[in-house]
Design a protein around this ligand. Structure first.
Ligand code: ATP
Length: 421
């Protein structure tokens, strides 16, 4: 197993297009890191540079302490697990797993021992005589991983392995992969554009946009403390609502009323004529369901609800909304990149399932201003973010260092801070 360190990695294709722009990222030995971002952001290019299938224009790729920029893929000892598993249909599970050992003419007794070991880890022992056609999708994925295990690869690299499976199988496979990675403890880099996979699978997530690393952190850090508008809009479903605001003399004007810029987060924001306020759907509630002593902490307002969706464990209410011209340019770009059509035309609020709010009526809604994010309207930077916040619930990996000037790619070395209120 090995740590993977990327230092100022750049990829410029022969036509001059820069697909990866100065990416620095430390992946600890045994860590499971997800590379995520919209189509074309450079995640596959980065993965292919780790494995050696793509030349590195500049920067250093360090695997297990050695610079590997000039090393051929076969000399990097990494295992790429593909979407279609690349199993040989005419070979048994045993021979599929044994394949890399057969290529190296490993003696029979040793092959048997290694395949048995991998099969036991992957709970495939009883299926060793079967052909791949007689296995479930999950079992096939495990056979592909078995092949990587007998190779004693230093790291597993996955490129969108679940993208052509149906939703149910995808869910099953996701848990399988998470379970196997924990059991094996092998350094893993996993590329996806699916934010559910990103949120649920890895130890940390690295978000890429147009070849530039935006933020690296646990799912909680990215969700609760997004570095900018892009990460805030990308992580979370339904996405965060964005509305214009103004900060003046300790007050923040929002389309839902004026709130005090108080508390550790909001008090950091200095006066500005225009900012973008971000509120997640679950930070709203049906006013009638908010306890009287809590209601005063937030802000109530009336809204026309045109559609509701009751899901048993909650209720989504959609509020038609026309984003004012000052913020349409930013939101339009964000919509395009995130492939999300309705950021400028509606607000989504997630209410308690017991809410009686119905479509076609005026509803009294409530929101908690302390949960608001405030973004700079031109740079998109999150002005309310606490970059050092680490959540007690997250297992932080010890990462040796990160290069200055790039998005912070390491967890703080002093372990865990208490989360602020
Ligand atoms: P997807 O999720 O769609 O696979 P991705 O994030 O993995 O996207 P990459 O495949 O890494 O994106 O591509 C990043 C960018 O580099 C894209 O804009 C792509 O068009 C461009 N690109 C990829 N290969 C080449 C090439 N050989 N020459 C020029 N540009 C390329």
């Amino acid at each position: 197993m090995a740590a993977i360190t990327m230092r100022n990695i750049v990829k410029r294709y022969s036509d001059g297009f820069q697909a990866v722009n100065d990416v620095s990222l430390d992946i600890a030995d045994g860590e499971f890191v997800i590379l995520v971002g919209p189509s074309g952001c450079g995640k596959s290019t980065l993965l292919r540079m780790i494995v050696g299938l793509e030349d590195i224009t500049s920067g250093d790729m360090i695997i297990g302490g050695n610079r590997v920029n000039q090393k051929a893929p076969r000399d990097r000892n990494l295992a790429m697990v593909f979407q279609n598993y690349a199993l040989y249909p005419h070979l048994s599970v045993f021979e599929n797993i044994a394949f890399p050992l057969r290529l190296k003419n490993v003696p029979d007794a040793e092959v048997r021992e290694q395949v048995a070991h991998a099969a036991e880890l992957l709970q495939l022992t009883e299926h060793l005589d079967r052909k791949p056609a007689n296995l479930s999708g999950g079992q096939r994925q495990r056979v592909a991983m078995g092949r990587a295990i007998v190779r004693k690869a230093d790291a597993f690299l996955f490129d969108e392995p679940l993208s052509n499976l149906d939703a149910k199988l995808r869910g099953q496979m996701r848990t399988e992969i998470a379970r196997m990675q924990k059991r094996l403890g092998t350094t893993t880099v996993y590329v996806t554009h699916d934010q559910t996979e990103a949120m649920t699978l890895g130890d940390r997530i690295a978000v890429l946009r147009k070849g530039v690393l935006q933020q690296v952190g646990t799912a909680r850090q990215l969700y609760e403390e997004p570095a900018n508008l892009f990460v805030a809009g990308f992580i979370g479903s339904p996405p965060m609502n964005f509305v214009p605001g103004r900060v003046k003399d300790g007050q923040i004007d929002t389309p839902f009323g004026t709130v005090a810029a108080e508390g550790p987060r909001l008090s950091k924001v200095t006066d500005r004529e225009l900012c973008i306020i971000g509120l997640r759907p679950e930070h709203f509630e049906d006013e009638r369901l908010v306890a009287a002593d809590v209601r005063g902490r937030g802000k109530s307002f009336s809204a026309e609800v045109d559609v509701t969706e009751w899901l048993g464990n909650g209720l989504f209410a959609y509020v038609p909304y026309e984003a004012p011209s000052e913020v349409t340019a930013q939101l339009e770009e964000l919509e395009r990149e995130l492939d999300s059509e309705q950021m400028r035309t509606q607000l989504v609020v997630a209410l308690d399932a017991s809410s009686r709010i119905r479509a076609g009526a005026t509803a009294r809604l409530w929101f908690d201003p302390h949960k608001m994010h405030v973004f700079d309207a031109s740079s998109g930077e999150n002005l309310t973010r606490d970059p050092d916040r680490v959540f007690e619930e997250d297992d932080a990996f010890e990462v040796v260092s990160s290069s200055p000037g790039s998005a912070s790619a390491s967890v703080p070395e002093d372990g865990k801070h208490a989360a602020p209120e």
